[in-house]
Design a protein around this ligand. Sequence first.
Ligand code: HEC
Ligand code: HEC
Length: 334
Amino acid sequence: MLKISQIAMAVAVALTSAAMPAYAASPEPIQPIQAAKVSNPALVELGKKLYFDPRLSMSGFISCNSCHNLSAGGTDNLKTSIGHNWNEGPINAPTVLNSSLNVAQFWDGRAADLKAQAGGPIANPGEMASNHTLAVEVLQSIPAYVAEFKKALGTDKVTIEGVTKAIAAFEETLVTPNSRFDKWLKGNKKAISQTEMEGYKLFKDSGCVACHNGPAVGGNSFQKMGVVEAYKASSPAEGRVAVTGKDADRFNFKVPTLRNVELTYPYFHDGAANTLKEAVDTMGRLQLGKKFTDEENGKIVAFLKTLTGEQPSFKLPILPPSADATPRPKPFGK
Ligand code: HEC
Ligand code: HEC
């Protein structure tokens, strides 16, 4: 088992240095989160409104923020999400915070980027249960939205392309810099306590960094859940194999970011672990063949809590009212 984690470590280190040339000289496997750079503020503003607008759902009740609540770490804190008609989804909602740093989107990476991802939930019958034609019709009927599309994208014509582009531009601003750990990385040696420091050492020395590394402390590779010992999931999801069709990818999931992990409970793709203590214990045993003592576990958890960064802060968007001709919601899809 030691071998597996050593190989994974070598691969991960190679991957990180290839992907992050700016930090090639950094002695740490984790790098600070950079503040977002906004090139088209009008597009970000539009995307923010769309992110909060429940009229993108059939019921008129569910927005992106329903399941990726920006007041709660960009997630819903539910085992698995609740969508249209109280539908209980099969899988835990990952945070949208820092999702622009992911190698691909979704637990199995089936969407290449945030733009490709954003169209999915709108038309997913178990999530927002609308369809792209209807979503576009709703927005096109609202004059203030049309004016915003014109300002942001230079056209009066609302398209699903424009919608997903705007949402993705907003999501790119949802980064969380200046965590205490980042302050430490940048040289403020007092930013974390002795216990938290010892937790970081355990995190590195035990091999957690083989998979959880880079600025997002994860998000940059797909790895087996259950390397040393099998994981008994309560979700039918099989991971990356659903995308590649390769048997070797069965039960490989995107390594989740550990940024803000204090806020994003419950944990794992099936949301089965309620606490960080439980998640760290499971990771130690299943991924590394290591049983942590309570004291070690407590130190690692203390370290993980230093990864909570500045949460996105902005004025709550006020959504333009529907026009007389705007198609009305169908709360039960009828
Ligand atoms: C009903 C709840 C629900 C709604 C509404 C919803 N999502 Fe999600 N979202 C999820 C779940 C569950 C997943 C994980 C699905 C999977 O991996 O198969 C997810 C995955 C994602 C991811 C991928 C994150 C990662 O780390 O892989 C992003 C980004 C995202 N959603 C953004 C959005 C946006 C933007 C909207 C609105 C257009 C939205 N979501 C609406 C539940 C929801
Ligand atoms: C071989 C790669 C690998 C190693 C080593 C590893 N992890 Fe993970 N980690 C993953 C994967 C993959 C997941 C997602 C598994 C799932 O949801 O089924 C995950 C999930 C987690 C989660 C839950 C995050 C969330 O949002 O759901 C935590 C916390 C975590 N790991 C901490 C650790 C710690 C602490 C260590 C070291 C003791 C560690 N991991 C070692 C790959 C790894």
